[in-house]
Design a protein around this ligand. Structure first.
Ligand SMILES: NC(=O)c1ccc[n+]([C@@H]2O[C@H](COP(=O)([O-])OP(=O)(O)OC[C@H]3O[C@@H](n4cnc5c(N)ncnc54)[C@H](O)[C@@H]3O)[C@@H](O)[C@H]2O)c1
Length: 360
């Protein structure tokens, strides 16, 4: 039953960059959310957030936050490698969950998280805000409506200079990987959403920048890849290529999708704003040509607002989620498959589940 006038009690676990940049401010401006608690392993960080965003309950241990009955749903915004335990504990405490990307850095953890939420019957969504962008939704609609026919190929080039604020992003033990795990995980979600499932991958990675910086400081123990190139084969028979790097000196990139009767070209974040072009080969000569679709993209903050409201509304209106923890798990599986291929020098078939289960 819909509860249009009720405010959902929210707790935030991890009060760092993305919590302050996107979660706190967008819960504050959501008329159907109420920030009631914050937890961070650093008391100073948790207190500073509580003061800034006027949050009544402050904890250093997320398990105490989860015992607070006013908390009905949580954002988990800890380091990538520290999502699994709070998400599972939140599910077991009966709280609904939004977990930042990537879901985890280990597939078995991701499976445990999804299973815990299913067992508890709580809603579990992910932090991929581009899922709500007009760019992605326009392309998804074009694909679903068959505008370019049967899909043959997807090619992705996604390049930018690295710009991290904190060192953990550059350590495999905390981040699980580099450009592919941190930035590529959004693309992995997009690939699955647009064309999935992927049947096999063949990938390689490099570290071109031996010295890595975060927040202007040298991170001497940085050990993640900065560049990945992979080929993809889809269960549908389509093929794909994916090149991504944060070792580029300039931001550039595109995604192209070729179908039996046309093509789609999308550009995002190139400095000119996102855009979608289509062309159809079955049109008469005098009409044929690349056509730019009208697209006024949402501000980044609006995409974050929608991703958080997605959970709030799903709970209060008792509606199904359009993006779930299981989607986060599948994006992680794609990324880990490419890492495995790069490390073994062999093509890797998906799903990985069986191999992971056997390896443990
Ligand atoms: N969706 C996006 O646009 C976006 C952008 C940036 C980061 N992220 C993701 O958000 C997450 C956090 O990134 P960030 O940039 O905010 O990092 P951050 O280092 O700024 O903040 C993380 C915070 O979590 C706290 N923390 C760590 N373990 C904890 C635990 N067990 N309990 C409580 N607090 C704990 C740390 O003390 C820190 O304050 C990562 O998964 C990252 O990939 C998403």
């Amino acid at each position: 039953m819909s509860q249009p006038h009720r405010k959902l009690g929210i707790g935030v676990i991890g009060a760092g960059g993305i919590a302050n940049g996107a979660h706190f401010p967008n819960y504050v401006r959501n008329p159907r959310a109420r920030l009631v608690a914050v937890a961070d392993i650093s008391l100073d960080v948790a207190r500073a957030a509580a003061e800034r965003w006027d949050i009544p309950h402050v904890y250093t241990d997320y398990r105490e936050l989860l015992r607070n009955p006013e908390v009905e749903a949580v954002s988990v915004t800890t380091w990538a490698g520290a999502h699994a335990d709070p998400v599972i504990a939140a599910a077991e405490a009966g709280k609904h969950i939004l977990c930042e990307k990537p879901i985890a850095i280990d597939l078995a953890d991701a499976d445990r998280m999804v299973a815990a939420a299913q067992r508890a019957g709580v809603k579990f969504t992910m932090g991929y805000q581009p899922r709500f962008s007009h760019l992605w939704n326009t392309v998804k609609r074009l694909l679903d409506e068959g505008t370019i026919g049967t899909i043959q190929a997807l090619n992705i080039v996604s390049c930018a200079p690295s710009a991290h604020r904190t060192a953990w992003f550059l350590r495999k033990s905390q981040a699980g990987g580099g450009v592919l795990m941190d930035w590529g995980i959004y693309t992995a979600f997009m690939i699955n959403w647009f064309l999935g499932p992927v049947e096999s991958v063949f990938g390689t990675y490099r570290r071109f920048r031996e010295q890595n910086f975060a927040g202007g400081q040298l991170v001497p123990d940085a050990d993640v890849e900065d560049t990945v190139a992979a080929t993809l084969q889809f269960a549908s028979g389509a093929v794909g290529t994916w090149y991504t790097t944060w070792a580029a000196t300039a931001r550039h990139g595109y995604t192209s999708i070729d179908g039996s009767v046309g093509s789609i070209l999308l550009r995002g974040g190139s400095g000119d704003g996102p855009s979608v072009f289509t062309i159809r080969w079955d049109e008469p000569d005098y009409l044929r040509g690349w056509r730019q679709l009208p697209l006024v993209e949402l501000q980044n903050s609006e995409q974050h607002y929608r991703k958080l409201d997605h959970l709030v509304s799903a709970v209060l209106d008792d509606e199904p989620l359009v993006m779930t923890g299981a989607d986060g798990r599948d994006a992680l599986e794609l990324v880990l498959s490419i890492y495995r291929s790069a490390e073994t020098g062999q093509p890797v078939r998906l799903p990985l589940v069986r191999e992971v289960a056997l390896a443990r």
